[in-house]
Design a protein around this ligand. Structure first.
Ligand SMILES: NC(=O)c1ccc[n+]([C@@H]2O[C@H](COP(=O)([O-])OP(=O)(O)OC[C@H]3O[C@@H](n4cnc5c(N)ncnc54)[C@H](OP(=O)(O)O)[C@@H]3O)[C@@H](O)[C@H]2O)c1
Length: 264
């Protein structure tokens, strides 16, 4: 690893308690040289940050050399949130901002992707040193299929459209490497992070002998989307409709090049 980390970096992981954040923190924990990982999620207790108001943000970022920025899933206004984070990062002297985006950010049919495209622009024009990671859909979105506990899968889009599912651990290992090597190596880079093969959900389920059935978006929402806001439901519905027509693909070369091995 390079000097950036060996000098002892304090790294803020925003959204550390979530699915992505937990994986990034675990990958950082495995690296020598990280003095402190700042967990910032409302429930974490150690650095409780509210990204919607900015409460606690300045304190959490102050003194950190790097910040890994993960916005909550289908947030109603991710650009406002990222603007707030960038202002606090600049004020706090953060030397490297790594933004967790998504593959295909500028996809007009998916508003939460377009929001990430806007955020990428905010990051690139912030005056800070930055890196953008663009993961494809995680294989872990089907965690119960992967760990053998699923008995059936209900899908609000065609089981036959294809994805470049990426393992979350690979994404987290890339994130940790980029943070560890720092802006001297990764400033100005955007890495698309897809998995090694093009796979449908049916193929994924077939491998685990789990039956998969397509249901309407409304039916899926009535069973699995009850806790979502109306805005969250609309954003996810748009994503499902897009998946149904186009799937969601991404290249795997960046993972292979960054980790020196093929993606899992
Ligand atoms: N799933 C995929 O396939 C995929 C692929 C590419 C990119 N992504 C992106 O990855 C990101 C993270 O997704 P995820 O599934 O890991 O999310 P998640 O598990 O829902 O985690 C979201 C995190 O944000 C925190 N949070 C929510 N509202 C907050 C607020 N107002 N202030 C501070 N913290 C707040 C949550 O903390 P609490 O515990 O306090 O609620 C949690 O730690 C999303 O932006 C998503 O678009 C996902």
């Amino acid at each position: 690893m390079t000097e950036f980390l060996s000098r002892g970096a304090e790294i803020a992981v925003l959204g550390a308690a979530g699915k992505t954040g937990a994986a990034v923190v675990a990958a950082l924990d495995g690296l020598a040289g990280v003095r402190r990982v700042v967990h910032t999620a409302r429930r974490s207790g150690d650095h409780a940050v509210d990204l919607d108001t900015g409460a606690g943000l300045d304190e959490a970022l102050s003194g950190c050399r790097a910040a890994y920025v993960i916005a909550p899933n289908v947030h109603p206004d991710e650009p406002a949130l990222v603007r707030r984070v960038l202002a606090a990062a600049a004020a706090g002297g953060v030397e490297h901002v790594v933004y967790h985006s998504v593959a295909w950010p500028y996809t007009p049919a998916m508003p939460h992707h377009v929001d990430k495209a806007v955020c990428e622009d905010l990051v690139r024009t912030s005056g800070l040193r930055w890196t953008v990671l663009q993961p494809c859909a995680y294989a872990e979105n089907f965690a119960a299929v992967l760990d053998g506990t699923a008995t059936a899968v209900e899908l609000p889009y065609s089981p036959d459209v294809t994805f470049s599912f990426v393992r979350l651990a690979d994404v987290a290992e890339v994130a940790a490497r980029v943070l560890a090597e720092g802006p001297e190596v990764h400033h100005g880079a955007t890495y698309e992070l897809g998995g090694p093969e093009t796979l449908s959900v049916r193929a994924l389920c077939d491998r685990a002998s789990v039956p998969v059935k397509q249901v309407s978006v409304d039916e899926w929402m009535s069973r699995h989307g009850r806790d979502l806001t109306a805005d969250g439901r609309a954003r996810l519905s748009a994503m499902f409709e897009f998946y149904d027509r186009h799937g969601f693909l991404a290249g795997s070369a960046a993972i292979e090049s960054l980790l020196g091995r093929p993606p899992t």
